[in-house]
Design a protein around this ligand. Sequence first.
Ligand code: IFM
Length: 439
Amino acid sequence: MFPTNFLWGAATSAYQIEGDPLAAGAGASIWHQFAHQSGRIANGDTGDVACGHYRHWAKDVALMAELGLTAYRFSVAWGRVLPNGIGAVNQAGLDFYRRLIDALCERGITPMLTLYHWDLPQALQERGGWQHADSPTWFANYAEVLIRAVDDRVPLWITLNEPWVVTVPGHLEGVHAPGLQNRAATPRVAHHLLLAHAAAVAVYRALGRHQIGLAVNLEPQTPASTSTADQLAAHRRDAFINRWFLNPLLLGSYPPELPEIFGADWPNFPASELAQIHTTTDFIGVNYYSRGLVRADATEQSLGARRIQPLNAPCTTMGWEIYSAGLTETLLELRNRYGDIPLYITENGAAFIDSVQAGIINDAARVNYLKSHLHAAQLALAQGIDLRGYFVWSLFDNFEWAEGYAQRFGLIHIDAQNGNRTFKRSAHWYREFIQNGGF
Ligand code: IFM
């Protein structure tokens, strides 16, 4: 049922797994800075050690091969390559990624490279970060360095991972780096991220030979009741989360709900910039975990909507409802809204409490989660969706941002004491699934 050239992958990101964030001349990122501020991360955790992948990358690529992955999605730490974000290239940082990519290619694992998974160089944050009008140019110049260096071996590129998360938890709620609560700046940050995506795509069209896209977090918004108020609230939340980035990119304009939500804080963006953003994209990466059950709530500033916990529904330890049908809905809705664009599921997975017993981690709940979501993906394929690959989040238990190491999403368990890697039952199951080419 899955096409024979379908990519079977797992995904990670630099700050979440690499450790040694300042090694070999790397510049600090906003996440390094943020994680070292007291009270920001659960248990005071940081990415200083993470999974030690910066040291153990060769062993890790061997594990990916053992798992039978045909693709691996990872991100590049901008500050390893350009310690100040702009200016001189740090050859040692670039070489780390060259070696990783070479090792993947030697094993027949297709690299999917994400340029930005949230770790802006701190030096750029000090100039204003994503609020700065030059940020799209900084990003395009960084993209150019990578494209020139490794496009010959990297067939799949992602500009930004989840720009919504960069925007909202990072600049509106302050729970992610850079930890700002600046409502007035928020729409502009999102706009600069979109311009940055478009600028990098323009560089790619000039220099690259393969495919480039954007990865977004999507979740269907279900009204908590049949009341008109809840239905309107779900619709507004859908604009806020699902359409904020894809509408300007694929249709050329922001959803009309956004100026209503932000009121006087919504700038009058020039038509020329919207035209720049409205670029062609080779594919969309879909990061899917759950749905939002939405209730109207006038106290929720101008969004007027709140996500509520469903009663009696199974949830992961993140508190996210397990709702696999939402994956099929999301993929079909994307086609309804934007046409027949090639899609990858660039993240899907679940955090659970895994207990290690006599060296065995029997994470049956994760196996069930993956099975049900792969089934949902298959249903979308059967309805003609151009789905080309699936990446489990995540290859390893890793640094789960504000949750630190408390939330574990990995197929591979990492022992916090000694860094030892152990395949969970889900890893064994996924290996067999890949070998069989499906169920
Ligand atoms: O760990 C994150 C990842 O970095 C981005 N998408 C969601 C994952 C789980 O929260």
